[in-house]
Design a protein around this ligand. Structure first.
Ligand SMILES: [Cu+2]
Length: 131
C-alpha cells in the first residue's frame, strides 16, 4: 500500500510545521525588541533605555557613537533609589523607585567607561561603550 507511505510523509510534514512553535529562550539580556547593539534610530545621536533593578542595570552594556549627544532613558523598576553615575563624564542621575530619569551627555572619545550606582557600587555596575 503506497498510501501508507504518502500519509507518513504528510504527517511528518504537519509535525514539522508545528515544530517551530517552540519559543526560543531569550538570553540574559532578554528580547532585544527595543534597542539592539546597533541603535537603529539615532535622532539626537543615540538613545537607549537602561532599566535599574534591585540590584542590577539592564542592559549592563550600552553602546553609543563617539561625539553623539546622548539622552539615556533611565527607568527604576526597583524598590529603592538608584543612580546612574559615570564618574569619568561627571554624569550622576538619581532615580526614585518606579521613577524615570534621563542622563544626557556628549559621548567622549571611543573607549569603555564604567557606570555604577553610587548606592550599590558593589552590585550595580555596567559599561558605557563609546565607539
Ligand atoms: Cu542602586
Amino acid at each position: 500500500m503506497s498510501n501508507v507511505g504518502v500519509w507518513a510523509i504528510v504527517i511528518a510534514g504537519l509535525l514539522a510545521a508545528c515544530g517551530p512553535g517552540e519559543v526560543e529562550v531569550p538570553g540574559p539580556e532578554g528580547p532585544a525588541d527595543d534597542v539592539p547593539a546597533s541603535p537603529p534610530q539615532t535622532p539626537g545621536g543615540g538613545e537607549a533605555v537602561v532599566q535599574m533593578r534591585d540590584f542590577a542595570f539592564e542592559p549592563a552594556g550600552v553602546s553609543v557613537p563617539s561625539g553623539a549627544d546622548v539622552a539615556l532613558q533611565l527607568r527604576n523598576s526597583g524598590q529603592v533609589s538608584h543612580t546612574f553615575t559615570v564618574e569619568d563624564l561627571a554624569v550622576d542621575v538619581t532615580v526614585e523607585p518606579a521613577g524615570v530619569g534621563v542622563a544626557t551627555f556628549s559621548a567622549p572619545d571611543p573607549g569603555t567607561y564604567e557606570f555604577i550606582c553610587r548606592f550599590h557600587p558593589g552590585q550595580m555596575t555596567g559599561e558605557l561603550i563609546v565607539e
